[in-house]
Design a protein around this ligand. Structure first.
Ligand SMILES: *[C@@H]1O[C@H](CO)[C@@H](O)[C@H](O)[C@H]1NC(C)=O
Ligand SMILES: *[C@@H]1O[C@H](CO)[C@@H](O)[C@H](O)[C@H]1NC(C)=O
Ligand SMILES: *[C@@H]1O[C@H](CO)[C@@H](O)[C@H](O)[C@H]1NC(C)=O
Length: 611
C-alpha cells in the first residue's frame, strides 16, 4: 500500500517535470517570432556547444543554410520564424550538447489566425469587410452576421448557397469573387440596421471549422451639413474699457513689430534672392479693420496672425490713436467698397467710421468703373506713387477693404547735389552701375550690432523716424541669410535702442538711389501666417450676417524711393554697411527698415539685391 502511494507521487513529479519542458508560443500571421532554445538562459553559457533544432521531426539546417522562413542564429541558440503563417504550426525541439551534458526543450508554436476589427461608418457609405483565406484552406468561405442587439443569438448566413452567391445581391457582393484568396465582401449603401457583428468562417486542413476576421460594424448617422448661420456671432466688437491706459500703446507697438518681422521671415524664405518691399503697417491696417467683423475661430486666428492677444479689445481705438499720432509722417487711409445688394452689418459700418474713418462706398455694376474708382482712390492716398492696385473687379465681388499709406520723410542732413554712378556688387558677384547719393562728411551713427550680425547705419528723417540700413559682412547669400535669420522683433528693438546711443560721426556715405515698386504675393503670405480659413470658411458674421464671405484675392504693392531730399514711400524700405566706421557704402545687397519712433515699429521693411 505505502509503496504504491509513493510510486504515484513520483509519477506525478515526472509528468510535471516533463510538461514544463514543453512551452507553447502564440504567433500572429505576418509577424516575426524569435525564441531561444532555453528560455531565461544566457546564451554565453553555451558557447561552443552543439545545438540542433528539429521542426516536426525534420532537422532545421544550421546557420547560414536555414530555409527562408526558419532561420537559426549563428550560434544556433535562437530560432526565427518570419513571416509567421499557419504552415509554421507544430513542434520545435532543440537539443544542446555540451561536454557530457545534454539539455532538451520542446516549443509548440500555434498561430492565431483570428482577428477582429471595429469599423465605424456613416449611414449611406460603402464599406469593405475584409477576410483572408488561411493558406491551407481551399474550401468555400462562409460569411455570417449577428444583428445589432445580439439578444437573439441567431446568426444569419450571408452566402448560404453552394454557388457562393450573396443573399442580398444588390447591396452585398464579393470584392474579387467567392474562390479568390481575398474573400473580402462589399456592403453598399450601409443602413442603420446593418450594424452588428460580421465574420467569415472556413474549415481548413487539420483544424476544425474556425472563424476569423470578426468585424464589429458600427453605423453612425451621416453628419448633416448645418446651414450657414450667424446666430450668436452678431454682437458688435467689445468696447475698450480703459482708453487712456498707456499700456495699450506699448502692446500695439510690440504686436506690430512682431508681425512685421514674421512677415519678413516668410517673404525672405520664399524669395531668397530678389528685392523685397512691403509695408507691415498697411497690411496690419487692413487686417485689423477686417478683424472688427471677424468672429469665432476666424477672429482668434486673425488675432494670432496679427500677434495680438485675444483680450486686446482696445486694438481698434489704439490703431486710431496711432494713425493720428503719425499723421504728419505717415498718412494712412481705409476704405470700404461693397455691393449695394448686400446688407453690411450696421455695427460694422458704424465702427469702421469710428475707428478707421471708412465710410462704405457702393460698387457699380461695371468692372471698369469700379477699377477706375478704386485705383484713383489708391493714387490719391499714395500721392500718385501707386496708380494701379487692381486690374479687375469681378462681377461677384461683394466687398473690398482697402488701406493705403504714404510716407514722406526728409533727410535731417542732406546729401551732395551732384549725382555720380558707382558699381553695385550683386549677390552673384556681378556689378551694375547705379546712381548714388553721396556725401564726403555725413553725420552718421554707424555701429556693428551683434544682435543682427550686421553693420548698421541710422539715417535720421523728419517726423521722428529713421531709415536703418543693415549691411551684412560680405555679398555672399549666406551672410545675407545670417542677418535675416537674426532679424526678430526683439533683435530689431535692441538694434534701434543701441543705435540711438551711438553719437554720429563724420562719415563718407554712398547710398544707391533706389526706386522700388514691388507687388507681394499676398494670398500665399496670408495662408502662411495661418489665415487660410479666410479663403475657405471665414466667420465674418460681425460684418455681414446674411451669407458667408470668403477672401478671394489679397494684394500688396509697395513703392519706395531714396532721393537727395529723403525717403518717399507708398508702402516699402532700404539699408547699408561698410569696411570701417569712417565710410559706409551700401553698394551691395542690404536690408532696410523704415522705423517710426512714435509707433515703436517699422513702417516699411525691405531688401535690396539689385537697385
Ligand atoms: C431572431 O432573428 C432572426 C433574424 O433576424 C429572426 O428571423 C427571428 O425571428 C429572431 N427570433 C427571435 C426569437 O427574436
Ligand atoms: C449706427 O450709427 C447710427 C448713427 O449714429 C445710429 O443711429 C445707430 O443706432 C448705430 N447702429 C448701431 C448698430 O450701432
Ligand atoms: C447698371 O445699373 C444701371 C442702373 O443702376 C442700369 O441702368 C444698367 O442697365 C446696369 N447695367 C448693366 C450692364 O447691368
Amino acid at each position: 500500500m505505502g509503496i504504491s502511494v509513493l510510486s504515484c507521487v513520483s509519477l506525478l513529479l515526472v509528468f510535471e517535470l516533463f510538461s514544463s519542458s514543453v512551452g507553447v508560443l502564440q504567433g500572429v500571421p505576418g509577424s516575426t517570432l524569435v525564441f531561444p532554445c532555453l528560455p531565461g538562459q544566457n546564451q554565453q553559457s553555451f558557447a561552443g556547444a552543439k545545438i540542433t533544432w528539429k521542426y516536426n521531426d525534420f532537422l532545421v539546417p544550421d546557420y547560414p543554410e536555414s530555409s527562408k522562413q526558419l532561420k537559426l542564429s549563428k550560434d544556433g541558440f535562437y530560432l526565427e520564424i518570419s513571416p509567421v503563417s499557419v504552415a509554421n504550426e507544430g513542434e520545435y525541439e532543440c537539443v544542446i550538447k555540451q561536454n557530457d551534458m545534454e539539455w532538451q526543450k520542446v516549443h509548440i508554436v500555434q498561430v492565431d489566425v483570428s482577428s477582429s476589427y471595429i469599423l465605424k461608418v456613416n449611414e449611406g457609405s460603402t464599406v469593405n469587410l475584409p477576410c483572408d483565406r488561411p493558406p491551407s484552406s481551399k474550401d468555400l468561405v462562409h460569411w455570417y452576421s449577428y444583428d445589432k442587439g445580439m439578444t437573439n443569438g441567431t446568426r444569419k448566413q450571408l452566402n448560404p448557397a453552394e454557388t457562393g452567391e450573396m443573399v442580398d445581391g444588390d447591396r452585398l457582393e464579393w470584392l474579387f469573387g467567392p474562390l479568390e484568396k481575398d474573400m473580402t465582401i462589399t456592403l453598399n449603401g450601409v443602413k442603420m440596421e446593418d450594424a452588428g457583428i460580421y465574420y467569415c468562417e472556413t474549415a481548413e486542413e487539420g483544424r476544425d471549422s474556425s472563424n476569423f476576421n470578426t468585424i464589429e460594424l458600427i453605423v453612425e448617422a451621416a453628419p448633416t451639413v448645418l446651414p450657414y448661420s450667424c446666430v450668436g456671432f452678431m454682437t458688435p466688437w467689445e468696447s475698450c474699457q480703459d482708453e487712456t491706459s498707456r499700456s495699450w500703446e506699448a502692446m500695439l507697438g510690440e504686436s506690430l513689430n512682431e508681425f512685421s518681422m514674421k512677415l519678413y521671415a516668410h517673404l525672405s524664405q520664399s524669395q531668397p534672392m530678389n528685392n523685397l518691399l512691403f509695408s507691415p503697417i498697411s497690411i496690419s491696417g487692413v487686417l485689423t479693420h477686417l478683424l472688427l467683423g471677424a468672429r469665432g475661430k476666424t477672429r482668434r486666428d486673425m488675432e494670432t496672425a496679427l500677434c495680438l492677444s485675444h483680450d486686446f479689445f482696445c486694438v481698434h481705438s489704439e490703431m486710431k490713436k496711432l494713425k493720428l499720432k503719425l499723421q504728419d509722417t505717415l498718412k494712412m487711409a481705409s476704405q470700404i467698397y461693397y455691393n449695394p445688394n448686400m446688407k453690411l452689418s450696421e455695427s460694422f459700418t458704424n465702427q469702421s467710421m469710428q475707428f478707421y474713418d471708412a465710410d462704405p462706398v457702393k460698387l457699380t455694376n461695371s468692372s471698369e468703373v469700379n477699377v477706375e474708382m478704386i485705383n484713383s482712390w489708391v493714387a490719391k492716398q499714395t500721392n500718385n506713387k501707386i496708380k494701379e492696385l487692381v486690374d479687375s473687379v469681378p462681377a461677384h465681388t461683394e466687398l473690398l477693404l482697402l488701406n493705403a499709406v504714404f510716407f514722406n520723410g526728409q533727410w535731417k542732413m542732406k546729401f551732395d547735389a551732384k549725382s555720380n554712378m558707382f558699381p553695385f556688387v550683386k549677390l552673384n558677384g556681378d556689378t551694375v552701375k547705379v546712381p548714388v547719393l553721396y556725401s564726403a562728411k555725413y553725420k552718421l551713427a554707424v555701429k556693428y550690432v551683434p544682435a543682427v550680425k550686421a553693420q548698421v547705419a541710422m539715417f535720421p528723417l523728419s517726423g521722428a523716424s529713421s531709415l536703418f540700413i543693415l549691411l551684412p559682412p560680405t555679398t555672399k547669400l549666406s551672410d545675407l541669410q545670417l542677418v535675416e535669420g537674426k532679424m526678430t522683433d526683439k533683435a530689431v528693438s535692441q538694434m534701434v535702442e543701441q543705435m540711438n546711443q551711438v553719437s554720429p560721426q563724420a562719415t563718407e556715405v554712398t547710398l544707391p538711389k533706389i526706386k522700388l515698386d514691388i507687388r507681394t504675393e499676398m494670398n500665399t503670405l496670408l495662408r502662411k501666417i495661418g489665415l487660410s480659413e479666410l479663403f475657405d470658411s471665414a466667420n465674418l458674421c460681425g460684418l455681414y450676417p446674411d451669407n458667408e464671405l470668403l477672401l478671394t484675392e489679397a494684394r500688396h504693392r509697395a513703392f519706395l524711393s531714396l532721393t537727395e531730399e529723403g525717403v518717399e514711400a507708398g508702402a516699402a524700405t532700404s539699408l547699408s554697411f561698410s569696411r570701417s566706421f569712417s565710410s559706409f557704402s551700401a553698394l551691395r545687397p542690404f536690408l532696410m527698415i523704415l522705423w517710426s519712433d512714435q509707433a515703436k515699429a517699422p513702417l516699411f521693411v525691405g531688401r535690396v539685391t539689385e537697385p
